[in-house]
Design a protein around this ligand. Structure first.
Ligand code: HEC
Ligand code: HEC
Length: 470
């Protein structure tokens, strides 16, 4: 009894001290555990292939790494007629009037096709500014693609027949849509199911020669856990890929895996792979966009000192990125992404025993106990925050009890909040529609990363000002 009492007294004193400090005392009390180093796992670098950035850009924008798709005339008359064609990538030839997130190419049988490209998920806008490599946070994966597949099948068969070169060129795309339909449905517009997409597509491939198999080779789990794609300009500093650091070894090989959407087999994979060293070289030339508003430099300087004391141990300082994976015990953010796909042995074994992990440029998936503390370059532009995009502004990230459980934005280009850094949003009292984020859903949790909570309000605003300079 006496012991309990002592604890209560001690606890109260501690609370008093903590409160006193957080009021207006500018001295920052760091909330991190003394043995923090035990929870930071250094990610070692691996050799990367050299490439030609110019060639890589051209291949990324015009290449046929997605080698099956919709016949051009059908695209123009259906999906294409609904999309804006403003040539944001400055492409020429058959791609001049194709929306930036699709690529037109000539199939080996002569058919002209249109296929989705990497910019479906890796290009976006901040205040009307088109930014290549920024996550697309507006894509609507809440819609089951099954209906569009049936419609497209019908268009292609009725227009050309099933014995046509057009059907031959379209068929691999159709069968992938068929197996992924229903598997990738997210709960909120903007949430990205690509990690599950990789799993579903792997399940339908022979691991050695990558040929298609109708029957799934591994059991496909039900959950669809979203991930917010990291900005491409961060990759050059990283030693492992993805928010979980699961992607290790040759980055070009890891990236070209997207082509298994429609790939014929491993001999074609080898060809595509040979271009991806150039794609990586191009991605490594991308820089973070400079902050679009004015910066209060003296406030930013104050923020720098606080940042160096409270944040740099994990995120690094400018020009010095430490490459850490932070254990669940310390980061305490939603663990589902790291604990589902990337801890699923059948999927990991498939990949690690597959064509992808062969030869001098092998890549492998290594499951880990936490999330990468990312470099923060251009972080002002990359809302929403955390690996699942669960927090709409940096202010909310740095004050965890402020984070909205439900939040909703308009998905327009102008909705930027320069005070809190991130999106302007409203906080409804429940999930009203697919535009409303709900942090109670499985994998959508917004908890953890409480490292800004102890800051006084003025210190927090100073850190935010400093982050604008990244
Ligand atoms: C359907 C959406 C989608 C498409 C298409 C897509 N990606 Fe991604 N990409 C993602 C998601 C989601 C992540 C984050 C996954 C994670 O962290 O678990 C990601 C991560 C990345 C990263 C960041 C790695 C890091 O850790 O910083 C790179 C680079 C990348 N993708 C390249 C590509 C390239 C190149 C293509 C086209 C060949 C492509 N992606 C196609 C969704 C997509
Ligand atoms: C103990 C290590 C650690 C400390 C200290 C830390 N962070 Fe983080 N931070 C992380 C990790 C890990 C993530 C990714 C977590 C996730 O996605 O679930 C992250 C994510 C972020 C993000 C979101 C990035 C994005 O694009 O989604 C921002 C912004 C950020 N931290 C800022 C800060 C600031 C500012 C501080 C200091 C007040 C700080 N962090 C302190 C480890 C840390």
């Amino acid at each position: 009894m006496k012991k309990v009492f002592t604890y209560i007294i001690l606890g109260c004193c501690f609370l008093l001290i903590a409160n006193a400090c957080s009021k207006d005392d500018p001295k920052v009390v760091n909330p991190l555990p003394d043995n923090l180093a035990d929870f930071l796992y250094y990610l070692a670098p691996s050799d990367q292939r050299e490439g030609d950035a110019e060639l890589g850009r051209d291949y990324l924008l015009n290449g046929d790494y997605v080698e099956s798709g919709v016949p051009r005339a059908i695209f123009d008359a259906s999906i294409g007629s609904m999309l804006e064609r403003n040539n944001l990538l400055g492409r020429s030839g058959i791609n001049e009037d194709i929306p930036y997130d699709y690529t037109s190419s000539v199939h080996s049988n002569g058919t002209i096709l249109v296929s989705p490209n990497c910019f479906q998920c890796h290009a976006g806008f901040v205040e009307d500014e088109f930014i290549l490599g920024l996550a697309n946070t507006t894509y609507d994966f809440t819609i089951d693609q099954g209906a569009s597949k049936n419609l497209l099948d019908l268009f292609v068969t009725q227009t050309y027949g099933m014995d046509s070169p057009e059907w031959e060129a379209y068929e691999p795309f159709s069968r992938s849509l068929g197996v992924t339909a229903g598997q990738l449905v997210t709960e909120v517009r903007g949430a990205n199911p690509a990690d599950k997409l990789a799993l579903v597509l792997a399940a339908h491939r022979d691991k050695e020669d990558l040929s298609w198999q109708d029957e799934a080779g591994i059991i496909i789990p039900n959950e669809v856990i979203p991930a917010d794609p990291p900005a491409w300009w961060l990759l050059k500093d990283k030693n492992a890929m993805f928010t979980t650091a699961v992607g290790q070894g040759d980055f070009a090989r890891l990236m070209m895996a997207s082509s298994i959407l429609t790939l014929q087999d491993s001999s074609r994979a080898r060809e595509i792979d040979s271009y991806f060293a150039d794609v990586l070289a191009f991605i490594n030339t991308l820089d973070a966009p400079a902050y679009s508003g004015p910066i209060n430099q003296s406030l930013a300087n104050e923020g720098e000192a606080i940042y160096l004391e409270s944040c740099a141990v994990c995120h690094g300082s400018k020009g010095n990125y430490p490459n850490y994976l932070v254990d669940f015990e310390v980061i305490k953010t939603d663990s589902m992404l790291a604990l589902t796909n990337y801890a699923y042995d059948d999927f990991l074994n498939w990949y690690n025993e597959s064509w992808f992990n062969q030869g001098p440029y092998a890549a492998r998936l290594v499951s880990g106990r936490g999330y990468v503390a990312p470099p923060l370059d251009g972080v002002w532009a990359t809302a929403p925050y955390l690996h699942n995009g669960s927090v709409p502004t940096i202010y909310d990230l740095l004050k965890s009890d402020q984070r909205p459980e439900f939040w909703r934005r308009s998905y327009g280009d102008v909705e930027y909040d320069h005070q809190k850094l991130g999106w302007i949003y409203t906080s409804p009292s429940s999930k009203t529609d697919k535009q409303t984020y709900d942090a109670n859903l499985l994998g959508y949790g917004n908890h953890g990363h409480t490292f800004g909570d102890h800051l006084s309000e003025s210190d927090r605003m100073a850190v935010i000002e400093y982050l604008k300079t990244f």
